[in-house]
Design a protein around this ligand. Structure first.
Ligand code: ZN
Length: 303
């Protein structure tokens, strides 16, 4: 009898201790927002990340397993700026979850908190233009991460008001550590300023803006369109007139176009982790930028 009561008490304690019971359920579209939510929410949040660093975030299948996870979510944290236009609206709609519909507090778009670049004058989607709302790859600039962190921390506090003070404290702690890390990265990356580079995909405009890199060419004729052999020849010809030091591609991308340019232009091809998990070293948001800068510096020093 005594033992039975002990067991019951144990079960009750386990139920209270289990984070899955009490935690805010968050559906993050990309690993960087999953990592940020985890950093700001700690054990108050239970984060599901829909994609990995090795998947193309423009092109995700709206699978039933993702719909099921969205159905249970209290908060959706995605990039926005139409990065997920091919799959997120389907998930949100199919989930029939009133809490996470656009316009609700449970629907958070990171890109609304930063100034977007590359906003096109006109858009022709038939040409495969996947950056119709401006460039969505905001996570490549840590200043953008800082802005999103402030907004996301406030949103978490709004949705889970009982724990607002904890989110505010965690957000303040994160922001302070982030400012220190940015000062370190700025100093480390100073030698990169002004370096001319080539991009495989127009995925690094915010990174370049932050570090002062100069994009002299892009391998894709339009965002999301693979270059043909003749197009690559044209880019190679333009590099004769304005040479670049390296060609950058994201971890999720097929590197063939970058490899071709690397061989033919005689410059290193640099794999950028692009998000958390994009390299062995990029285990969280801090090591993501540590590794990004280390890779750029290593390429810049190569002859
Ligand atoms: Zn893109």
């Amino acid at each position: 009898m005594k033992f039975h009561r002990y067991l019951l008490a144990l079960c009750a304690a386990a139920a209270f201790a289990s984070p899955a019971q009490a935690a805010l359920r968050v559906f993050a579209c990309e690993p960087e927002w999953g990592a940020l939510t985890q950093a700001l929410g700690g054990n108050l949040v239970d984060v599901t990340v829909a994609t990995s660093a090795l998947q193309d975030p423009h092109q995700i299948q709206a699978k039933p397993s993702l719909i099921a996870r969205m159905r249970n979510a209290d908060l959706v944290v995605c990039t926005g700026a139409e990065l997920e236009v091919g799959w997120l609206p389907v998930l949100v709609q199919q989930s029939a979850n009133a809490k996470v519909q656009p316009g609700q507090p449970g629907f958070f778009e990171a890109a609304r908190n930063v100034r977007l670049q590359d906003i096109p004058g006109s858009v022709d989607r038939s040409q495969g233009d996947v950056h119709a709302a401006g460039n969505p790859h905001i996570q490549t600039d840590p200043r953008n991460i800082a802005s999103v962190a402030t907004a996301l921390g406030a949103r978490l506090a709004q949705i889970d008001a009982a724990n607002a003070a904890q989110y505010q404290q965690r957000t303040a702690d994160f922001s302070q550590k982030w400012q220190q890390a940015m000062a370190k990265w700025n100093a480390q990356a100073a030698p990169l300023r002004g370096t001319p580079v080539v991009s495989q995909h127009k995925g690094f405009v915010y990174l370049y803006d932050w570090l002062g890199l100069k994009e002299v060419a892009v391998l894709e004729p339009k965002p999301g369109v693979e270059p043909s052999a003749s197009y690559l020849q044209n880019v190679l010809a333009t590099l004769k007139a304005s040479p670049a030091k390296m060609v950058l591609f994201a971890a999720y991308q097929d590197p063939r176009a970058s490899d071709w340019m690397s061989q033919n232009a005689g410059i290193p091809a640099v794999k950028i982790p692009f998000t958390v998990g994009g390299s062995e070293q990029a285990k969280d948001l801090f090591t993501l930028f540590d590794d990004t800068i280390a890779r750029l510096l290593a390429a810049a020093q190569r002859k």
